[in-house]
Design a protein around this ligand. Structure first.
Ligand code: UTP
Length: 408
């Protein structure tokens, strides 16, 4: 029996179709489905139209950055400070690997994508290699926390086990699973994925810290004496994690957060730009910057809003703890969502067919008092693999990897 109160609630939200196949299910399946439905945040979905409008931005101004030249001049100092912190295990790396990579259209976890040509080399393996280089330099293993989602957790863990962590000390590796949010069609109706399964997707990379806490890993970090967390994405094989120079610059400058940035390829490049918003560090999406700001230049002809983020951030752990519970803006994102159609057939769409709800790690920068904008060379550190072909694809990433003499 469907509890009357629950059914009424569903009707109130126009979501009673979620129980369309209820009578066809076994008792266990029925129980399971009711449990899923009870856990849905229907207010979130009901607020869809408002959420789509986004939030108003404050007053935007440029942020001062450590540019390549300045970093080169102070490199020795930064390197010393960074290596000291790493040697004392004050820095842990957090790999965000909970995404679904829907643009790439690869069914396994994105980190398992083979980026090699003649050799087999997965994204995960390359990232571990990058971390091993730091380990060798600092003489200490960098603790690595890997965020997965319910959708890819098991496969990811099994993969690391099978590959014996690519030679990384598994005692310093921890996995944790991020939370999920419902996915809807364009009218806000939550999709069913199976007759007994509500369509849920990872709730964006903004929930990483609360998920890490829910997994009990804060205690672990404290026990290790970790003071900094370096967050980075899975899809950039040139990503340098726990980069001693970046760590050192952030510590030496007395910052509470840091962000690697690259100079924009052109003013209209579709990247989030690090700047100040009402005097606080903030990342503004390309479509949020007014045209006149996009083109604005300083007296040397350099764009005032020049620094694009590459999803490599540093956060001081105590500052993250001080913002626990702070709400992040929620984004409604168009995605391809597999679903059960009216006839009960499973459909894997080729085109976007609805919305997911996500918070983003970049909005945590806004909650920090300051941020070290640290410029890196795009060709050396930024080869994102987002799409199957064309811009930011495996092909473009391979070309950049070859440029950096990585054996493929
Ligand atoms: P993207 O924003 O590129 O999202 O993630 P995605 O899900 O991987 O790919 P698309 O948009 O569906 O094509 C940037 C980083 O954040 C992680 C991803 O794994 C990637 O490292 N991420 C994203 C999560 O860990 N969880 C999420 O819910 C979303």
């Amino acid at each position: 029996m469907i509890p009357r109160i629950l059914y009424k609630k569903l009707q109130g939200y126009g979501q009673e179709h979620l129980l369309r196949y209820y009578s066809e299910l076994s008792e266990d399946q029925q129980k399971d489905l009711l449990e899923q439905v009870k856990n849905i945040d229907f207010d979130l979905v009901a607020n869809l139209e408002n959420l789509k409008k986004g939030t108003a931005k404050g007053e935007i101004s440029p942020i001062g950055a450590l540019d390549l030249k300045e970093i080169e001049e102070k490199k020795a100092e930064f390197l010393n400070v960074g290596l000291e912190a790493l040697a004392k295990r004050k820095v842990a790396a957090v790999l965000l690997a909970g995404g679904q990579g829907s643009r790439l259209g690869f069914d396994l976890p994105k980190g398992m994508l083979n980026i090699g040509e003649k050799i087999e080399l997965s994204l995960f393996e390359q990232l571990i290699k990058n971390l091993q280089a730091v380990e060798a330099q600092a003489g200490a293993t960098v603790p690595l926390l890997i965020m997965t989602s319910e959708k890819n957790d098991q496969v990811t863990r099994e993969y690391f086990e099978e590959k014996e962590y690519f030679g990384y000390d598994k005692n310093f590796v921890r996995f944790f699973v991020q939370e999920m949010a419902p996915a809807t069609d364009y009218n806000g109706k939550i999709y069913l994925e199976e007759k007994d399964r509500v369509s849920l997707s990872p709730n964006g990379n903004g929930g990483w810290f609360s998920s890490l806490i829910n997994a009990g890993l804060l205690k672990y970090l404290h026990e290790l004496g970790v003071e900094w967390l370096n967050i980075f994405s899975v899809d950039n094989p040139l990503q340098k994690m726990a980069d001693p120079v970046f760590v050192g610059a952030t510590i030496a400058g007395d910052f509470v957060s840091g962000s690697k940035v690259v100079a924009k390829a052109d003013p209209h490049e579709r990247v989030g730009v690090l700047c100040l918003e009402d005097g606080k560090p903030s990342i503004v999406e390309y479509f949020e910057l007014p045209e006149e700001m996009i083109e604005q230049r300083d007296e040397n002809g350099v764009l005032l809003y020049n620094y694009g983020v590459i999803l490599n951030y540093l956060f001081r752990l105590d500052r993250l703890e001080s913002i626990i519970g702070a709400e992040l803006p929620l984004y409604v994102v168009e995605k391809k969502i597999p679903y059960l159609n009216e006839e009960g057939n499973y459909i894997k769409p080729e085109e976007n067919n609805g919305y997911k709800f996500e918070t983003l790690v970049l909005d945590m920068i806004r909650l920090m008092d300051n941020c070290c904008a640290f410029e890196v060379e795009r060709e050396k550190e930024f080869a994102p693999i987002k799409n199957a072909t064309g811009v930011d694809s495996l092909e473009t990433a391979r070309a950049l990897m070859k440029l950096n003499k990585i054996e493929l």
